[in-house]
Design a protein around this ligand. Structure first.
Ligand code: ACO
Length: 399
């Protein structure tokens, strides 16, 4: 395009596509997403089947390797991950140094970035065995970092990883273990965390993943790249939305205030209806459907989250309202996931952290795919310059 010029001095043509709504930044075989039809598949497998039948760790293997593992591969994968769940004692001290009310996403950004200083071998990104090791480390250590920062925030001693438990069971143990006895995860809650993590594991070229690819395109190490992706996910328009949904529901306070709230959203008085709308889905987000069903299973163990009634009423009113219908705004995955996490006992600040742990798999799969892609190039978009023409410097006393 740059060669299409009106004259020699002309800059040439460029595509201008704010938010990249019409731009494919890469080729990928990880995730298929059809937002018009509400379809999501990892490596060809429908999200509904994976959520029903798989575990997060098995789905992580699929996303990273392209195929479901056989039993031997699955056992080996589990062993490799669990072997890396411990963190260096100095990282523990780093977590200690955060203020007790530090947002756990800020702590996660900092501690994941710090991991790069503990594993300088991670720079050897063109070596497959080295990449595998960093993938094990990141998938294994992120739940430990998250659980430690949670225990730090409530002033409880850290619970070290229990490698005899499942991946999710160990995470629950590090979060909630209260005695010397081995933690026994509730199977319904363990399954629910598996499902929520599967739903969040990858979502093609979303903001965080695009950041991961952009940073990786400069051949940065995977810890630094992942930390940048977490920072992107932290934003309220992205992974911070499930936290924002809970704040919004609490602020609405009761079902009878829903119509009045919807009015303020439509008039632009408050920001947006959080957990609604999606850049790609112009249909009901298939992940939100699964979350809605999952909520009832979790509430059978935890008791019903009182904010559920407000959420259901918001959805009912919005889906009958022309404003939302004409803009194709439906609940997204974050609309119900926060309610489930809250019922399990997670504070709202931990919601995006849970999202980050789950999405880590997708980031790493896309990172690896990018590194071996023969078309890979450093991310370097151009711009449409709208500033001043050339002018001469004026001395400060003449301005
Ligand atoms: N509430 C009210 N109006 C909305 C909402 C919403 N949640 N989302 C979009 N709109 C409106 C916009 O005001 C705009 O209206 P207009 O045409 O009259 O100006 C129209 O719908 C299109 O909105 P855009 O901002 O152009 O849509 P975009 O694709 O850029 O935004 C986004 C997608 C950021 C997710 C948006 O829907 C939003 O802010 N939702 C709330 C935050 C949220 O839930 N984020 C989580 C996304 S899922 C994820 O990251 C895991």
């Amino acid at each position: 395009l740059r060669n299409i010029k009106v004259s020699e001095q002309d800059f040439g043509l460029l595509t201008y596509d704010p938010g990249y709504t019409n731009t494919a930044s890469c080729k990928s075989s990880v995730t298929f997403l059809d937002g018009e039809k509400g379809i999501l598949r990892y490596r060809g497998y429908p999200i509904e089947q994976l959520a029903e039948k798989s575990t997060y760790l098995e789905t992580a293997y699929l996303i990273l390797n392209g195929e479901l593992p056989n039993q031997t591969q699955l056992n080996g994968w589990h062993k490799d991950i669990m072997a890396h769940t411990f963190i260096h004692e100095n990282i523990k001290k780093l977590i200690d140094s955060f203020h007790y009310d530090a947002h756990p996403m800020g702590t996660l950004v900092g501690t994941v970035a710090a991991l790069s200083t503990f594993y300088p071998d991670a720079k050897n990104i063109h070596d497959q065995a080295c990449r595998d090791r960093q993938i094990w480390r990141l998938i294994a250590k992120m739940p430990t970092l998250a659980a430690f920062s949670y225990r730090h925030s409530i002033g409880l001693p850290y619970v070290y990883p229990d490698q005899s438990l499942s991946y999710i069971g160990n995470f629950m143990s590090m979060l909630w273990k209260k005695s010397e006895l081995q933690y026994q995860p509730n199977p319904i809650l363990e399954k629910a965390i598996n499902v929520l993590f599967i739903l969040h594991a990858d979502h093609e070229q979303n903001c965080g993943t695009s950041v991961m690819r952009a940073v990786a395109s400069a051949y940065s190490d995977p810890f630094s790249a992942t930390s940048s992706a977490i920072a992107a996910l932290y934003g309220p328009l992205h992974g911070g939305a499930n936290e924002a949904v809970l704040h919004m529901l609490a602020e609405i306070g009761s079902v009878d205030r829903v119509p009045e709230f919807i009015k303020t959203v439509k008039s632009g008085e408050v920001s947006r209806l959080m957990g609604f709308g999606h850049r790609v889905y112009k249909e009901y987000d298939p992940r939100a459907k699964i979350c809605k069903t999952l909520a009832n299973e979790v509430f059978s163990v935890t008791g019903v989250n009182p904010l559920l009634a407000i959420a259901l009423e918001l959805e009912r009113v919005a889906l009958q309202d022309d404003y939302f219908i004409s803009r194709h705004l439906y609940p997204n995955v974050d609309f119900y996931s926060g309610l489930i996490y809250q019922a399990m006992g997670f504070p709202v600040g931990m919601f995006p952290v849970l999202f980050a742990i789950a999405r880590n798999t997708g980031w790493l799969a896309q990172w690896q795919e990018f590194l071996v892609d023969p078309d890979h190039k450093i991310a370097r978009p151009r711009q449409i310059y709208c500033g001043s023409e050339v002018r001469d410097y004026i001395a400060v006393d003449k301005r």
